[in-house]
Design a protein. Structure first.
Ligand SMILES: [Zn+2]
Length: 270
């Protein structure tokens, strides 16, 4: 018992109490205003800027007021031009925990189709985890074909919002407007809803990975936790190190790319 008390004494000295914080997500609908992005092939369709906005508004409808601790910021909620610098500023200034930019693809070869997710650098493992989480939902829920996760070397190009945001960030190409089938799908109410649900679900799953509590918590009660361990690898919760504490250990995950010990373990009431 004394040993346990001593362990705790040291931990309190180093870590103190921390109140559970919100997870902040930025949803970035690409283009807008005088920048249409990929233009429609026919008047009955919409430009890229309108499709990505419609999908981001659907995501808003799906997620709003769903999770107490998930704060979502939209870089635009109407048809206005927002500069790339402003989009990055919105995310870094907060600072957000993760950033998801929505776009539609285009290719001179109209037979090319599928979703594609971009990250900045191959060493950005948290952005990659975010990309994989969203990719899984898009392929399983929305039945999209994935063309893979690309970094700046794969595409031989930097993407400003990914290069300059400081948190986990991805750019989702939700399909090719140059492919007639996908253009139709992305313009349809059902297609937009399906994509929005898949992306929203991927974002919530990632938010859970970095500490969002989606199960009902005892409301009105302050939550105090003490971090007892940080690790570069995922640890088993029945690891010897935790066993001696004889308390329930909880795992969370930090989404900051420069955090080399992203797996955090804490005890306390939640
Ligand atoms: Zn675009």
């Amino acid at each position: 018992m004394l040993k346990i008390l001593l362990i705790f004494f040291n931990l309190f000295a180093f870590c103190g109490f921390a109140q559970e914080k919100n997870i902040i997500l930025v949803v970035d609908a690409g283009h807008g205003g005088y920048d249409p992005g990929t233009e429609r092939s026919h008047k009955k369709f919409k430009h890229e800027k309108d499709i990505v906005l419609a999908i981001s508004l659907k995501i808003n409808k799906i997620l709003e007021n769903q999770y107490d601790k998930l704060e979502i910021i939209y870089t635009r909620q109407k048809d206005v031009f927002v500069s790339l610098e402003d989009r990055v500023f919105i995310a870094n200034d907060k600072p957000a925990d993760f950033f998801v930019s929505l776009h539609c693809n285009s290719n001179p070869n109209s037979s090319i189709s599928g979703v594609q997710i971009h990250i900045h650098h191959e060493s950005f493992s948290k952005s990659e985890l975010l990309a994989k989480t969203i990719e899984k939902e898009l392929t399983e829920k929305a039945k999209r074909i994935s063309r893979g996760i690309l970094n700046y070397k794969d595409r031989d190009q930097h993407l400003f919002v990914l290069q300059n945001t400081k948190m986990s960030s991805v750019l989702v190409e939700m399909g090719f407007l140059s492919n007639s089938e996908e253009e139709k799908y992305l313009n349809s109410e059902a297609g937009q809803q399906e994509i929005a649900e898949a992306i929203a679900s991927g974002m919530v799953k990632y938010a859970e990975k970095i500490g969002l509590k989606t199960k009902a918590s005892k409301s009105g009660k302050k939550v105090f936790k003490v971090q007892i361990k940080a690790s570069d690898k995922k640890m088993a919760l029945d690891h010897k190190f935790f066993e001696k504490l004889k308390m329930e250990v909880e795992e969370s995950f930090s989404s900051k790319e420069d955090d080399i010990l992203p797996y955090k373990y804490s005890v306390g009431n939640s």
